[in-house]
Design a protein around this ligand. Structure first.
Ligand SMILES: [Zn+2]
Ligand SMILES: [Zn+2]
Length: 344
């Protein structure tokens, strides 16, 4: 199954076929798998107070009632035990980490070309997740050209963020019950590692029909079918583009692991403010330069305070690449109805 052009890159057909078969069989088992991955999220608790329900609905969709999707204290489960139906997510997480470690051992110093393309994919993926999934689909803080939206959805899935309905459902749930026991990813409730990774495979999926009904039909259905092929493409892109095993590890698993953790930091690190009660979100300025894949999401306190704003970096010195991208789209007529932060 190996294209002839890979022959010069020491790619062994049998190995590649076995790896490919393993991934195919794995992903075939869990259509919900990567949908449950990275979720950043927000909607400040203040917005769910009486009198602000209209803004909440406006920002995050049609139905913002609380949902009891959580079992009691799911973080008390052993960390190695996924909930029923998320065994695939757990296996996927283990696999990309194992492949990433192998990749680092075999190819500690990748070529400039491989690094360049890896960073480019990370960057596109980051824009897909923060601009499209978070600011456009989850919070509706801008409207954009249909083609741009679909283009960014592709990159978000390629980045490992899963189906838009799943991401948005998790996100809106998080916003509506931030840092309460019902919050799926609060470090205040379950600790750092719970918020960082464990909730991905130890909580039941958020109800998409309830939290993101507008993203479950129409053109979004196509992404349900395309999700597995896109993530397979993402894992094997280095081989497909002819960069051999070095490309396979760096442009595949290593990139996915990097993207995963940089986005998981938004759930863990940026929710560690020692607020005695309620919302513990905080801005983490030093995360910005590392967070190629979450472009501006490190200003998480800003986001919880101004969830209706497309701009997350509120001060001139708060770098927010996602916002610059939106501003550019608006300037050339590809985005409109862009919501700015409230004056307060
Ligand atoms: Zn949010
Ligand atoms: Zn948050």
């Amino acid at each position: 199954m190996i294209p002839a052009e890979f022959a010069g890159h020491k790619v062994r057909p049998l190995h590649t076929f076995l790896a490919y078969s393993l991934f195919v069989s794995l992903f075939a088992q869990f259509p919900d798998t990567l949908r449950g991955k990275m979720v950043l999220l927000c909607l400040p608790r203040t917005l769910s107070k009486p009198g602000t329900i209209n803004s909440t609905t406006l920002i995050a969709g049609d139905d913002m009632e609380l949902s009891a999707t959580q079992q009691a204290r799911p973080w008390d489960r052993p960390f190695w035990k996924p909930v029923h139906g998320k065994e695939g997510v757990f296996t996927y997480l283990v696999l990309i980490h194992v492949l990433a470690v192998i990749g680092l051992i075999l190819f500690p110093l990748p070529s400039l070309k491989v690094v360049g393309l890896t960073v480019l994919f990370v960057a596109f993926g980051g824009l897909g997740t923060t601009v499209c999934y978070h600011r456009l689909l989850a919070h509706k803080t801008l409207k954009t050209n249909r083609f741009i939206e679909q283009f960014l959805i592709f990159w978000a899935i390629f980045n490992g963020s899963g189906h838009p309905a799943s991401w948005v459902a998790y996100h809106r749930l998080h916003h509506s019950v931030t840092d309460t026991p019902e919050d799926i990813s609060s470090p205040k409730q379950g600790g750092f590692w719970w918020a960082h990774l464990r909730w991905l495979y130890q909580t039941q999926p958020a109800d998409k029909q309830r939290w993101a009904p507008e993203l479950t039909g129409g053109i979004y259905k196509i992404w349900g079918w395309a999700e597995t092929p896109v993530i397979l493409l993402s894992i094997f892109i280095g081989l497909i583009l002819g960069f051999g095993w070095m490309g396979f590890f760096w442009m595949g698993a290593l990139r996915l692991v990097y993207s995963l953790h940089m986005q998981c930091f938004v759930n863990s690190l940026t929710h560690l403010d020692p607020a005695p009660e309620g919302d513990s979100s905080k801005n983490v300025w030093w995360l910005g330069p590392f967070q190629l894949t979450a472009w501006g999401e490190n200003w998480h306190r800003n986001h919880h305070s101004h969830a209706g704003s497309a701009r997350l970096g509120l001060r001139w010195y708060q770098t927010d690449i996602g916002w610059y991208f939106i501003w550019m789209l608006e300037a050339v007529g590809l985005a409109h109805s862009v919501k700015r932060p409230r004056a307060s």
